[in-house]
Design a protein around this ligand. Structure first.
Ligand code: GLN
Length: 486
């Protein structure tokens, strides 16, 4: 029995812990054993913090024994290596932060710590969250648990793979253009990017601040709902963070979607996408009809401009955010004779190729003479994309589309051509530009046994509807999870 405890869902573990049927130490031990077993092949983690995790588990057990049991108390989870964790190395998968040990916790980490959650370690990702495959990590790529020759998706690939391979019960990622939803889809797990501002970004290493959002990966929609409730809420350290009260998302899981109007945008079912992905999502839509939901044809006409718009806005913000890595204040410092050389060499040696490409793109877009033509234009396009959604949501309650045009691709397949890599995010990026919530849930497997994901998108702060929609599918139709290959 003990050897299977790592396979528990968060809600199962929570209930068992509260009844004292199992201890946090036992579940944590099972996860650590699983990590030791599969990591040599999977590489989902950059740092495993075994000693700290066991200490946290023991503290949680004491707390559970005294009858004080917040939802996350004693639950072992993994954290994308983008979250500042007090006393535990935080690299952002970059050489430039290779030895950075933050003196403080990100707000979401502090919240989970206060609930008594157990942190197993820090997961692999694309350097500074720039990428769609976790191949841009300075620590080597994470592999897909369903096919070790394929990518786990990105940028939060380690967090998605760790949940899929049962190395942890759940994990945290971040999503700037699809970095939670795409890897969730590739690894067959649930992942939600909440509404922009729903969760504090304080202590989350910044990539593109107007797009970045924190969110969970989980084995079930219910688990994602439990985690988001623990993460969300106002924070005096992040002035963009919303003061709206946080609902009890679990209460929204009624299983009932009768009368729900599901928008189906024609721009998301286009030529060039994999046939099996299209078939799986169409079948899921049919299933929703059988549950009493109504399908509504909608249009999001500015979708074709989303990727171009994103790569101006995101890179412009990145070029400003990454200016702080100068070799003086954090992490890596190159040998040098004078200050200019110190900056230049530290940045030249500390950043990887994709990060440099983005800094250059962003600096160009913001430079005098090009600002109006590129950056300002992109901001206007961003507004048009947001309005597309506003218009669509006058006719529907939620939009259901694929997460990515294809299932997990092979390692190395897209690394030589950044543009084809950028296209992996065609169905996720608009949601970030519009600041909306989007969730990926598994909806089947392709002929090679690779997971397919479908995405539900809602108006701002409609996470309850999104969870209800996902949960209704999961209860009534989701296939049993296939065993992974690790
Ligand atoms: N793949 C996109 C990028 O490379 C999105 C990444 C993310 O969401 N962090 O920027």
């Amino acid at each position: 029995m003990t050897s299977e405890l790592n396979k528990l869902s968060v809600s199962e573990a929570r209930d068992m812990l509260r009844k004292r049927e199992v201890s946090s130490r036992e579940i944590t031990r099972a996860c650590l054993d699983r990590i030791a077993e599969v990591e040599p092949r999977l590489s989902a983690f950059i740092t495993v913090s075994e000693r700290e995790a066991l200490e946290q588990a023991d503290a949680a057990d004491r707390r559970l024994g005294s009858g004080d049991a917040p939802a996350m108390c004693g639950i072992p989870i993994a954290l994308k290596d983008i979250y500042c964790t007090r006393g535990v190395r935080t690299t952002c998968a970059s050489k430039i932060l290779e030895n950075f040990v933050p003196p403080f916790d990100a707000t979401v980490i502090a919240k989970l710590r206060a609930e008594g959650a157990v942190f197993l370690g820090k997961t692999n990702m694309d350097e500074f969250a720039m990428g769609s495959s976790t191949e841009n990590s300075a620590f080597g790529p994470t592999r897909n648990p369903y096919d070790l020759e394929r990518v786990a998706g990105g940028s939060s690939g380690g967090s998605a793979a760790a949940v899929a391979a049962d190395e942890c019960l759940a994990s945290l990622g971040t999503d700037t253009g699809g970095s939670i939803r795409e890897p969730a889809s590739f690894c067959g797990v649930v992942g939600i990017k909440p509404t922009y501002s729903r969760v504090s970004r304080y202590g989350v290493i910044a990539y593109a601040s107007s797009l970045d959002q924190v969110g969970p990966f989980a084995k079930t929609v219910r688990d994602a709902a439990i985690l988001l409730r623990a993460l969300a809420g106002v924070d005096s350290h992040d002035s963009t963070c919303s003061a709206r009260p946080v609902p009890d998302y679990e209460k929204a899981l009624t299983g009932d979607v009768k009368g729900l109007r599901i928008g189906v945008p024609k721009e998301y079912f286009v030529e060039g996408m994999e046939r099996e992905v299209k078939i799986a999502v169409r079948a899921a839509l049919k299933h929703y009809e059988s549950l009493g939901a109504r399908l509504v044809d909608i249009s999001l006409p500015h979708t074709p401009y989303a990727i171009g718009c994103y790569y101006l806005v995101a890179t412009a913000e990145a070029s400003a955010n990454l200016a702080r890595y100068d070799g003086v204040r954090y992490g890596f410092r190159a040998e040098s004779e004078n200050t200019d050389e110190l900056y230049n060499r530290s940045r030249a040696k500390g950043f990887g190729a994709e990060v440099k490409r983005r800094i250059m793109l962003g600096t160009f877009a913001l430079s005098a003479g090009y600002y109006d033509a590129y950056y300002l234009k992109a901001q206007k396009v961003r507004t048009l994309i947001r309005r597309d959604f506003e218009r669509a949501f006058t006719n529907c309650d939620v939009i259901v589309v694929p997460v990515a045009p294809a299932t997990a691709f092979r390692l190395g397949e897209k690394t030589a051509d950044p543009l084809t890599m950028y296209l992996s995010d065609i169905f996720t990026i608009s949601v970030n530009l519009a600041g909306l919530p989007g969730m990926s849930i598994p909806c089947g497997y392709d002929g090679d046994g690779l997971p397919i994901g479908m995405q539900m998108i809602g108006p701002a702060f409609s996470e309850e509807t999104i969870f209800r929609t996902g949960d209704a599918y999961e209860r009534s139709r989701a296939q049993a999870k296939r065993p992974t290959k690790v």
